[in-house]
Design a protein around this ligand. Structure first.
Ligand code: ADP
Length: 617
């Protein structure tokens, strides 16, 4: 008896297999042209219920055209092939109940019992695979684009095979045309900057050792292409096998030449700013200080650290004749302002500053800040003022000299006449003059002589520094020459003069001699009764000048009178006690001032006097 064939569709093993298959599976009955069984995944795939599926065949679940062929005919061909034992996978397009077309691969195989012409169709959904492929190609495209835009070159170095792969960008970065057939490694070491060659090879040898745990790297190197240096930055990773042997090195290279040059330029500019003698201060458009160079630090006393980030208006500024608002207006209109201001720094000292301020704009013309270049002109200003004062003084002195000269000349004329007539009168009345008349005539004659002296002294005073030129003089010679002139006075009084070694200096010879002579002579003249005069002449050098001192042991001067004795014709003692015209110290003062120095006295009554004067070196 022939054994009834087992209906596989009813077997439990078959159900478990089909229901747990990872893909949608359908059993197609060729004779009826319908699906007779399927798993739950097939229902979900087509979004159809089991009952609906049972009424349909493959062509009902597909678009009319699949892979460019009529779906019905194409399906029949594949069915026939499967019946003939061909179990190869072929592409197909299914359409689910919502009309969505799904790219898939179909694995169609004959299914027992063979006499029933059953086929099992396993559907492999390609949607996800395709989406992934698309995403991959998209991301590859994006990566390529990103590499192009960022100028990144990529490399892949098969370490074992010693093959270095460079992409197009990498070729171009190294001065090669894309796809150039050269040994990349050899080429790289040929164009490598000599200084980078020194570290690169040893470093490579070191990091590729199996025992080194070296994975990532990020360094800069330089190459010289067509005589120009390119700065490149390389980032990469080492891939090692389980024994630590390097298999691949993969990474990117970027051209940082422009950045490096800009950095160099910046460093250069910064160094330049630090080395200029002017204070250079820049601010942003809100007047917040952004840079403050060394010269600004020393000019204002504030460090860059203290000032950066602060408002520029912290510096107290006085615009002299202009209003701050007017300056700001003019500046904004012209984009430039230059002028003098008075500013105060950290210690509060007022400084004359010559300031030039410019607007800083970006390439689009937008104001991005301001830059001020400030120079301290306090000294120049002071020198200017002094020059003006000196000039005014000079003019006044000249006027005074002319006046004194004219007056003294004109005053002598009537004096000559008086003196002449007094002599005539004396001669004429000689026998008839009584004792009193003779005394009167003598008194007139003495007064006229004194008047002569005063006028001559005035004349001398007006001539000081007028006819001589400054030259190098030896003060020792001058002092000894004046002692010669004072010889009689010294002898008569028994004066003792001590003279220190004196310097040579640039000055007016005759005037300086007169200066020493007047001071020594006064020291002897204004001696105390019964005390022999002792005069000491000393000198000391200060930073910029010589300070002389002529000290005596004479009568001294009351403090309250000390400032008056340098005034012309001013005397403290009666003529009868101490002779003189009262012009000697005025001479001294004028001579000292002619040399740019100062004269003063320190004295106590009855305890001698010290006359100090300075002569610039
Ligand atoms: P003179 O010596 O002709 O009086 P000076 O101009 O030299 O005129 O001096 C002005 C006055 O200063 C003197 O009259 C004197 O009163 C006082 N004086 C100057 N030198 C001395 C001195 N060495 N000691 C004290 N008094 C002095």
């Amino acid at each position: 008896m022939q054994k009834e064939p087992v209906d596989i569709l009813q077997q439990e093993r078959y159900r478990v297999l089909i229901d747990h298959a990872p893909q949608p599976v359908l059993i197609f009955d060729v004779k009826s042209g319908k699906f007779i069984d399927f798993n739950h995944k097939a229902e979900l795939f087509f979004k159809l219920s089991g009952a609906q599926l049972r009424t349909l065949g493959p062509a009902d679940l597909s678009p009319e055209v699949v892979d460019g062929k009529d779906a019905f005919a194409y399906a029949n061909t594949r069915i026939q092939k499967a019946l003939d034992g061909d179990s190869s996978i072929f592409p197909w397009v299914h359409r689910n109940s919502t009309g969505e077309e799904i790219q898939c691969d179909i694995w169609l195989v004959r299914f027992p019992p063979y006499d029933r012409q059953l086929l099992s169709a396993t559907i492999i959904d390609k949607t996800q695979k395709l989406a992934m492929e698309r995403a991959l190609s998209d991301s590859e495209e994006r990566l390529k684009l990103a590499l192009q835009v960022t100028g990144l070159g990529t490399f892949d170095w098969d370490f074992q095979g010693n093959i270095l792969y460079w992409d197009d960008q990498m070729h171009m970065l190294h001065g090669l045309s894309p796809g150039a057939t050269v040994d990349k490694l050899q080429y790289l070491f040929n164009v490598l900057h000599p200084e980078d060659e020194i570290w690169m090879q040893p470093r490579l040898n070191q990091v590729t050792q199996p025992e080194t745990d070296f994975t990532f790297f990020d360094r800069e190197y330089r190459i010289i292409v067509s005589g120009e240096t390119r700065y490149l930055q390389i980032n990469g990773s080492f891939f090692r096998d389980e024994n630590g042997i390097v298999e691949r090195v993969v990474g990117t290279v970027r051209d940082i030449t422009a950045k490096k040059l800009a950095e160099e330029q910046l460093t250069y500019q910064a160094a330049l700013l630090e080395n200029v003698s002017e204070a250079v201060i820049s601010t942003d458009e809100y007047f917040t200080i952004r840079s403050w160079n060394e010269a600004a630090e020393s000019l204002y006393g504030w460090t860059a650290e203290e000032m950066i980030g602060k408002s520029i208006f912290l510096i107290q500024t006085d615009y002299l004749d202009e209003e701050g608002d007017d300056v700001l207006f003019e500046f904004k209109q012209h984009g430039y302002w230059k002028g003098e201001v008075i500013q105060k720094g950290k210690i509060g000292r007022s400084m004359n500053i010559l300031s030039s301020v410019n607007i800083l704009r970006n390439p689009a013309g937008k104001v991005i800040g301001y830059i001020a270049i400030n120079r301290d002109i306090t000294k120049e200003k002071e020198a200017e003022k002094q020059k003006l004062r000196a000039r005014q003084l000079e003019l006044k002195n000249k006027e005074l000299e002319r006046f004194a000269y004219v007056v003294s000349h004109d005053l002598q004329e009537p004096l000559h006449t008086v003196k002449g007539f007094v002599h005539l009168l004396e001669h004429h009345l000689r026998e008839n003059l009584d004792e009193q008349s003779t005394e009167f005539i003598e008194r007139i004659d003495q007064s006229v002589d004194r008047m002569y002296k005063l006028i001559r002294a005035l004349l001398d005073y007006s001539r000081i520094g007028l006819y001589e030129k400054a030259k190098e003089v030896d003060c020792n010679d001058l002092v000894y020459a004046s002692l010669d002139d004072l010889e009689a006075q010294i002898r008569e009084t028994g004066a003792c003069i001590h003279i220190a070694h004196l310097p040579k200096l640039n000055g007016y010879e005759t005037e300086l001699r007169l200066l020493f002579q007047n001071l020594i002579s006064n020291g002897i003249k204004f001696r105390r009764e019964n005390v022999s005069p002792v005069i000491q002449i000393t000198v000391r050098k200060t930073e910029e000048e010589w300070e002389f001192c002529v000290a005596d042991n004479g009568i001294g001067i009351l403090t309250k009178h000390q400032h008056r004795i340098f005034a012309i014709f001013h005397r403290l003692n009666p003529q009868t006690q101490y002779s003189g015209t009262g012009i000697g110290l005025s001479h001294c003062q004028k001579i000292v001032e002619l040399h740019g120095g100062k004269i003063w006295v320190e004295s106590n009554l009855e305890h001698g006097s010290k006359f100090f004067f300075t002569i610039p070196d």
